[in-house]
Design a protein around this ligand. Structure first.
Ligand SMILES: [Zn+2]
Length: 272
């Protein structure tokens, strides 16, 4: 993998013949009580947490995988549906030189507000009119259909199952727990775009048993996180996540009882 460019709102790496671009939707903060221990109660102490005025920093990021067969958007940010500091996806795409009409296919990790809301714009409906399919994890389809804002996206929604190839070089992998159908995507066999496996990187890499209060099934989320962290470290995969530290792409190593995250930094010509 080669780091091509890291900008303010977009960052680009090359994986074989695929270009993966992180697109920042912005950042916000969440209450410190959102990080929970094994008993489900908020953590009493947060040494090493990434705090802004006593609250947890939360990045929100979408990704594009671009290759000879098309341009895949994975997740779409919060648009104007959640916190006012979010909704920067269009600016991030402009910085990266990607037009809305360049997107030929969309896939979702899950159906939470900070991942699906950017699919629609209040003025024109579906925001990516050249994308003929929006892959939704099968187990998330009910939640997707129930979201009024997605009414104009439904005609393009296609059920997706683990193991399915979304486009050449991109495979869906089951990663349940945070949400029932939560799905990750392995790109080029070496970069895992893993959605919401980690919400607060400053805590959860070192302490992967810590859960997030929005996890639908905390025990399942914990097990999935343990499994994917172990796999990423063992295989030397790069990981990319919606809520990782900017540029939201990096590598995982074993560190003590947990893991450490090493975000890619300087653009380089090094091939890892
Ligand atoms: Zn999320």
């Amino acid at each position: 993998m080669r780091v091509k460019r890291i900008g303010r709102l977009s960052a680009e790496v090359q994986v074989g013949d695929l270009t993966v671009i992180a697109l920042s939707d912005g950042q916000t903060v969440m209450p410190s009580t959102h990080l929970c221990g094994m008993d489900g109660a908020p953590l009493a102490d947060l040494p090493g947490a990434d705090l802004v005025d006593g609250q947890l920093r939360l990045q929100v990021t979408a990704f594009v995988v671009s290759g000879p067969e098309g341009c895949l958007l994975i997740d779409s940010g919060a648009a104007d549906a959640w916190h006012p500091s979010l909704g920067l996806l269009p600016q991030a795409m402009a910085e990266a030189g990607i037009a809305a009409d360049d997107i030929t296919v969309v896939a979702l990790t899950h159906t939470h507000v900070d991942h699906i809301s950017g699919l629609t714009r209040s003025d024109t409906g579906f925001a990516f009119p050249q994308a003929d399919r929006v892959f939704v994890p099968e187990a998330e389809m009910g939640l997707f259909r129930a979201e009024p804002r997605m009414a104009r996206v439904l005609p393009r929604a296609v059920m997706m199952q683990p193991g399915e190839g979304i486009m050449p070089g991109v495979v869906a992998i089951a990663a349940p727990g945070h949400e029932v159908g939560h799905t990750a995507f392995l790109v080029g066999g070496s970069l895992l775009i893993w959605g919401d496996i980690i919400h607060h990187p400053a805590i959860q890499f070192a302490r992967p048993a810590v859960t997030w209060s929005y996890d639908t099934d905390p025990a399942q989320a914990r097990a999935t996180r343990a499994s994917l962290l172990a796999r990423a470290a063992a295989e030397g995969w790069f990981v990319a996540g919606a809520h990782l530290a900017w540029p939201c792409i990096g590598q995982v190593s074993v560190a003590g009882d947990g893991y450490a995250f090493h975000p890619v930094n300087a653009p380089s010509t090094a091939v890892y």
